[in-house]
Ligand binder design. Structure first.
Ligand code: G6P
Ligand code: MG
Length: 224
């Protein structure tokens, strides 16, 4: 099998931009209005988890349950609050090294896609000014099955016309790493080894990272 890497698929939140802090603030505002609180550690469990599944988990932590109609209203309120932070974002909030890395991929003719659970992905990419790098954008408006299901990453590969074995995913969420492995793709974890140990390897961020060096390292490993 030809194992060279022809496409990179990026998760958004926590890989390209640090929006986790805005999700946390907006969900926490909602929980506080409902009379309970949760910690930043609890918030880790929401990474890569869809809006509705996040709401269900949070309500469970607060020991609350509501009808589907009320839950839709709560999720909408949270999203409006979240978007008020997003609308203030600038290119300065793109995580270190991401733009040089995307430029290197362009120069090397490696295809670039987004594979995110967020329904706000297009808004965020436009807001920070990097939407034009992405040849395919698979987000929460397009997938039925959330991570750890491989659907989103497989859709991204198919839209790019690249087979999964030639794709490399960058993910910061354990569920996202699982999804990429289930899609039979290479996966580099962005964050800490202790959280993302099942990835092919883990790096803290993209700062000073070269695609060619990453590819070489991955190709020396067997696809799991
Ligand atoms: C990403 C984030 C999650 C978020 C999900 C849905 O996966 O890591 O924390 O819940 O997207 O985001 P959305 O923007 O659609 O509410
Ligand atoms: Mg993420």
């Amino acid at each position: 099998m030809n194992q060279e890497i022809k496409a990179c698929i990026f998760d958004l939140d926590g890989v390209i931009v640090d929006t986790a802090k805005y999700h946390f603030t907006a969900w926490r505002n909602l929980a506080n209005q409902l009379g309970f609180d949760f910690t930043e550690k609890d918030n880790e469990k929401l990474k890569g988890v869809s809006r509705v599944d996040s709401l269900n988990l949070i309500l469970q932590w607060g020991g609350l349950n509501f009808s589907d109609n009320i839950k839709t209203e709560l999720a909408t309120d949270k999203n409006e609050d979240y978007l008020s932070y997003i609308q203030k974002m600038t290119a300065a909030e793109i995580l270190p090294g991401v733009v040089p890395f995307l430029n290197e991929l362009k120069e090397l003719n490696i295809k670039i896609a987004l594979g995110s659970a967020s329904k706000n992905a297009v808004t965020i990419l436009k807001q920070v000014g990097i939407i034009d790098y992405f040849e395919a954008i698979i987000d929460g408006t397009k997938v039925v099955n959330g991570k750890p299901h491989p659907e989103g990453f497989l859709m991204a590969a198919s839209e790019l016309g690249i087979v999964p074995a030639n794709c490399l995913v960058f993910e910061d969420a354990p569920k996202g790493v699982q999804a990429a492995l289930a899609a039979k793709m290479f996966v580099v974890g962005i964050g800490k080894e202790e959280d993302l140990g099942t990835a092919h390897f883990v790096m803290a961020d993209f700062e000073k990272k070269k695609f060619k060096a990453i590819e070489e390292k991955l190709l020396s490993l067997t696809l799991r």
